[in-house]
Design a protein around this ligand. Structure first.
Ligand SMILES: [Fe+2]
Ligand SMILES: [Fe+2]
Length: 296
């Protein structure tokens, strides 16, 4: 039995007042103001929730921790460095840790900054499938489960546009290899930051959702054992659709006040049990409304 913890969107931050002025360019200036008046308040317990997750892990002993991105708020070098430091004890608490990055980590349109974000996350991303392409990436989590990481972040100029995008060439490379993966592994977990669908099964808005999300589901719908893991939407939910569609698990946000939580998965060759975890006020506990079993 493989145990996996899936969390997302911890949004660790440093005070925008401590950031060098030159780093507050592009939409970061608007983001910094937003952080001071809203987002920073919502996530002010981020470091405490990470510590509580580590406490849960101490007893639950997951084999792997996976994070679907948005470690930070403004994606500055200072914030990413701080988040990496804060996450270090949690990362070290499991035999393996994998993470994609979110739109708040790769935040502004600047190819040099995007390259730095990819380099910083390199140690936490699964292995790239080829030297020529950064995506997709993947690795076995155990004999029954394989984790695929797909990037869905494309930095945008407008502070009003926080939509994501799946690159069709990366999706094509993924589709080519998917049948072989599904033959070897009972479960193929596909992790990306953005939500292909909302909790009602409909696509998110054009300014907040995932462009090409339907293409991902099209690739996956013929594959038994495929599951999508994502974040970005700060409500934890499972979208199970129908027998012909692929289950989606949104981990919500580990630290968004009032909505804190994550998913824990117990994976065997013939079943995947997903348990939603919610914040009780002093620790993470099972959410009885979110206990799901998928069968192969
Ligand atoms: Fe987020
Ligand atoms: Fe996000």
């Amino acid at each position: 039995m493989l145990r996996v913890i899936h969390f997302s969107d911890p949004h660790v931050s440093v005070s925008p007042r401590s950031l060098p002025l030159r780093s507050l360019r592009g939409k970061r200036l608007v983001g910094a103001i937003n952080q001071m008046v809203g987002r920073g308040v919502k996530h002010r317990a981020a470091e405490m929730r990470l510590a509580a997750l580590q406490e849960f892990q101490r007893t639950w002993q997951a084999d792997a921790l996976v994070c679907s991105g948005d470690w930070t708020v403004l994606g500055t070098a200072q914030e990413l460095e701080h988040a990496a430091k804060v996450l270090q004890p949690l990362r070290a608490s499991a035999p393996s840790f994998y993470s994609v990055y979110g739109n708040h980590d790769d935040y502004i349109v600047d190819p040099e900054e995007s390259a730095r974000v990819l380099a910083r996350f390199d140690a936490w991303l699964p292995t790239a499938w080829s030297a020529d392409h950064a995506w997709p990436r993947g690795c076995a989590l155990g004999p029954d489960a394989y984790l695929v990481a797909l990037n869905s972040v494309l930095p945008r100029h407008s502070p009003l546009d926080s939509s994501g995008y799946l690159d069709s060439e990366a999706l094509g490379r993924f589709a080519e290899r998917l049948a072989a993966l599904a033959e070897t592994y009972a479960w193929v977990l596909v992790m990306t930051h953005y939500a292909p669908l909302r909790s009602d099964g409909k696509p998110d808005s054009p300014r907040h959702g995932l462009h090409q999300g339907a293409a991902l589901d099209e690739v996956l719908q013929t594959v038994p054992g495929a599951v999508v893991l994502h974040g970005h939407l700060h409500h934890r939910f499972a979208w199970l659709g129908s027998a012909q569609t692929v289950p989606h698990f949104c981990a919500g946000s580990l630290s968004h006040a009032g909505r804190e939580g994550f998913w824990s998965y117990e994976i065997a060759p013939d079943r995947l049990r997903a348990q939603g975890m919610r914040w009780s006020g002093d620790k993470f506990v099972n959410d009885p409304q979110q206990s799901i079993e998928l069968r192969r």
